[in-house]
Design a protein around this ligand. Structure first.
Ligand SMILES: [Ca+2]
Length: 301
């Protein structure tokens, strides 16, 4: 603007002086997003006092070594251990207090009245073994527990990634069998039941040599573990992205083998169907959790 008179120039100058400094008209330099902070490798969940480990996303192998699939997953967290009887007892206490309406799966049969596991009073498998994995839980029990704890059941693909990493290994620790000399990497049926020191379930984390690449424990043996997926043959495609299994079915996937099964059953690519209301003395579960939306990886505001 060209000022034609001294008065106009004075008026223009005084108007400019009223413009707040924060409203200066020149363009501001583009703000760089804050450097993405790495996700914590380990988080704690207060509801069930569990520790979850970060499972990085990316591509890895899944399925039979003879028919591997290249699976791309987003990162997630996985329980370091199977859910214990002590943790499950907390869930039962919550259900006793307020019912399970907030946590039960919509398809949970109305006839299913309680979440108390089979074997809950068993001397060797039940509530008295606080640090051992809960057994005798059906899929609906596992689903409801996970929701109560603000977690979820892992997909089969996530379970395998947490168990065997990206390189398609046979067991969480590698190709060696779970029993080698006097070294045991898992609770299973070795040369005889109890050869590993535990004729039934073992306290979770009893076999640190059996840790998976990300540090998850007992993914081979102790108890087989429910996954979220319906059971069906793996899809024919050789490349999959965040697979969640078929839309429907009659059985759910269990993985990892249990305390009364042989070494071959513990191989991480193995999978067994179990009907959703099935309860077995060697089947329990662990939970997964999505990366929190407000993660440190988001740019600072
Ligand atoms: Ca297990």
């Amino acid at each position: 603007m060209t000022c034609r008179t001294p008065l106009a120039a004075l008026l223009a100058a005084s108007l400019l002086s009223l413009v707040p400094t924060g409203c200066i008209l020149r363009p501001r330099a583009a703000e760089k997003p804050a450097a993405a902070a790495p996700l914590p490798k380990e988080i704690r969940n207060a509801t069930d006092d569990s520790v979850l480990l970060l499972v990085p996303g990316g591509e890895g192998l899944m399925g039979l070594p003879s028919q591997p699939k290249r699976v791309t997953l987003k990162p997630f967290y996985m329980d370091r251990t199977e859910v214990t009887n002590a943790q499950y007892a907390r869930f039962l206490a919550a259900v006793a207090k307020q019912g399970d309406e907030a946590w039960r799966h919509p398809d949970q049969p109305a006839s299913k009245k309680a979440h108390e596991p089979a074997f809950w009073t068993h001397e060797q498998l039940g509530a008295g073994k606080a640090d051992c994995p809960v057994v005798g839980v059906d899929w609906f029990d596992a689903y409801a527990y996970a929701k109560w704890a603000d977690k979820r059941l892992p997909t089969e693909a996530e379970w395998e990634r947490a168990a065997r990493g990206t390189d398609g290994r046979i067991y969480p620790w590698g190709p060696e069998p779970p029993e080698k000399g006097f070294t045991f990497r898992a609770n299973f049926y070795g040369t005889h039941l109890g050869a590993d020191g535990f004729p039934f379930t073992a306290p979770v984390g009893s076999f640190p040599l059996g840790a998976s690449p990300v540090g998850c424990l007992d993914m081979a043996g102790n108890v087989a573990e429910w996954c979220a997926d319906w059971f069906a043959p793996l899809p024919a495609e050789t490349r999959l992205v965040n697979p969640t299994g078929p839309a429907q079915g009659t059985a759910r996937v269990t993985k990892g083998g249990g305390w009364n099964l042989g070494a071959d059953s513990l191989r991480s690519f193995n999978r067994w169907p179990l009907e959703p209301l099935g309860r077995a003395s060697n089947v329990g579960f662990r939970c997964a959790k999505d990366i929190p939306v407000e993660s440190p990886a988001l740019p600072a505001k």
